[in-house]
Design a protein around this ligand. Structure first.
Ligand code: 173
Length: 313
């Protein structure tokens, strides 16, 4: 009898000790060899090194683990605790997810002017998510093509999209084909698409430069890639764990300074590999915003006008 009690107590000790440290599974909506995973990896290493006894991140992989467009639902349901993803990949949960591309102020300024809190209110309510940290900022999207155009008219062209580009490219008359990033190369290779939308950075990650002949300038919007977390998991954490995660979230945002130089290097590399630029005037860029805010207001009359105020310069 006495012996049995001892064993029970002994067995309970490690379980209690483990409760002090939590391990959070994190999935990436972008492939494991991409710029975004490369940017995040040293951050996870630092997070785990400094977070012993508090919190650890277990990076379980990219879209092979969970398909790109299912990552949001997996976070919402708590199948994984965290994800590195972008709003365009989880518009199935709420249209507002895709509005983060329309921010014209940095994440640091969004934390100051109330935009960050507003985003979190909506993300909590509609997606059961905490919006933790934005790790890509101040990075425009572009239209890349295999065929030349001489005016902003995409009639007769098939263009790979995500929700980011849908309304803008549709306005220019394109036929739209939605794919996750992992299917862009094959779509280009087979001639299924004549072009694609993507940020200024990262087209070399999956060899799309081999198939890309033109980039249309100017760029438009502001690419958003962020870390999100399941809200129930967040609520169960201790104050110490939450503080630690928030500290590391700010540290990740503090790394956003690298993008300016990286984007300049990527632009140069595109030119060096033979990608020609097609230059349109600023009306093209203004049209992109006009079309996107009109669509946003229609999709979310409740939040779009307030987000527009908070996101604009
Ligand atoms: O897949 C995409 O084109 C897309 O929506 C996106 C969003 C942010 C960063 C990179 C790609």
């Amino acid at each position: 009898m006495r012996k049995a009690v001892c064993i029970a107590v002994a067995a309970a000790v490690p379980a209690f000790a483990a409760a002090q440290e939590t391990t959070l599974k994190l999935v990436s909506a972008f492939g494991e060899t991409t710029t975004y995973v490369k940017h995040m990896t040293p951050w996870i290493q630092k997070f785990n090194a400094e977070g012993k006894g508090i919190a650890q991140i277990n990076f379980i992989g990219g879209p092979k683990a969970i398909p790109t467009f299912e990552v949001g639902t997996s976070v919402k349901n708590g199948v994984v605790e965290m994800a590195m993803t972008t709003g365009a990949f989880y518009t199935n949960l709420m249209p507002e997810a895709d509005f983060l591309k329309l921010t014209q102020i940095t994440i640091a300024d969004q934390r100051k002017n109330g935009a960050f809190d507003y985003i979190n209110k909506v993300w909590n309510q509609k997606a059961n998510m905490m919006y933790l940290a934005r790790m890509v900022d101040e990075t425009p999207f572009h239209l890349y093509l295999t065929k030349k155009i001489d005016k902003p008219d995409l009639t007769g062209l098939k263009i790979r999209i995500t929700p980011v580009y849908r309304d803008f490219f549709a306005t220019m008359g394109a036929s739209l084909i939605q794919t996750p990033p992992g299917e862009v190369y094959t779509a280009l290779e087979r001639g299924v698409v004549d072009g694609y939308g993507w940020p200024i950075q990262g087209i070399f990650d999956l060899n799309w430069h081999e198939k890309t002949k033109f980039r249309v300038d100017p760029g438009f919007y502001n690419a958003e890639v962020s870390i999100v977390m399941n809200l129930d998991t967040w609520k169960k954490l201790s104050a110490k764990q939450r503080e630690y995660i928030q500290k590391q979230a700010l540290a990740l945002e503090g790394m956003n300074g690298v993008w300016k130089k990286f984007n300049a290097e990527e632009t140069k590399r595109q030119a060096e590999t033979g990608i020609q630029t097609i230059q349109f005037d600023n009306a093209y860029r203004e049209k992109a915003y006009e079309v996107a805010w009109a669509a946003a207001t229609k999709q979310s009359p409740e939040h779009a006008p307030q987000m527009r105020k908070l996101f604009s310069r």
